[in-house]
Design a protein around this ligand. Sequence first.
Ligand SMILES: Nc1ncnc2c1ncn2[C@@H]1O[C@H](COP(=O)(O)OP(=O)(O)OP(=O)(O)O)[C@@H](O)[C@H]1O
Ligand SMILES: [Mg+2]
Length: 272
Amino acid sequence: MKSISVKHLSYSYVRESEDVVNDVSFDIEEGTYVTIVGPNGSGKSTLARLLIGLLKKNSGDIFILDKELNKENINSIRKDVGIIFQNPDNQFIGATVEDDIAFGLENRQVGREEMRDIVKSFSEKVGMSSFLKSEPSNLSGGQKQRVAIAGVLALNPKILIMDEATSMLDPKGKVETLQLINEIRKENPSLTVVSITHDIEEAYLSDQVIVLKDGKVIASGKPEEIFKDEKSLEEMHLTVPFLYKVKNRMKELGYDVKNINSLEEAVDELCR
Ligand SMILES: Nc1ncnc2c1ncn2[C@@H]1O[C@H](COP(=O)(O)OP(=O)(O)OP(=O)(O)O)[C@@H](O)[C@H]1O
Ligand SMILES: [Mg+2]
């Protein structure tokens, strides 16, 4: 099943001005991890806002889990889609971290006991269980983002959209968050993840990469295809992932690199 299907989608913030999302079409399969990359101002965040109906498209169609995103469906669609933005300050509602993670669950009338268990479990998963009684405003940016991630994942979304959600995290926090999301995908293989990122290593490990430039999709496909050509990557304002350079060189030297998905695995193979 297609998780997201976008057809000829266009949007401009100011009427009569140039479209910042310009005739965009793509499909995202259920259960895949898709990254959207592209230079600053290419329309990535605008696209994310369109996908959850925070902005109203000018033209085109958006289908989420086979339902058309329109006035009638928007509330039921929003139950299935979790979104995490870059700036966690805009995502807090509760007086404490605990309240905050619980907020969405309360809205869904989850029972007290169950709610406590879910909040505990997800705060542990993001490494914030010792902060449950803290005020969100006193947390660091990275800690806030972990709480926001826990709150969204606690709602068990079918689609998770991340708009540079890990860009505020330190390298360790970033790796841990991506690992957490992978664990959750293993537990729940039908979860679709759409991650807007400047982290090319993350894009490299995704199932599908969509490249935006000037509001248009200029490439879409498997990372091996997208990252094949160093020159076109430069045009896209992307640098070739280090892992890809290593794998390329290893291939030239006769190594079998098919199953290498991380630098650690590359090192293991080289040291074998
Ligand atoms: N609220 C707004 N009103 C008017 N124009 C906007 C607004 N938000 C974004 N834009 C413009 O729309 C275009 C796309 O912006 P968008 O934020 O979607 O880019 P982006 O790809 O997410 O960039 P970045 O990598 O910097 O996050 C830009 O030219 C931007 O200036
Ligand atoms: Mg953005």
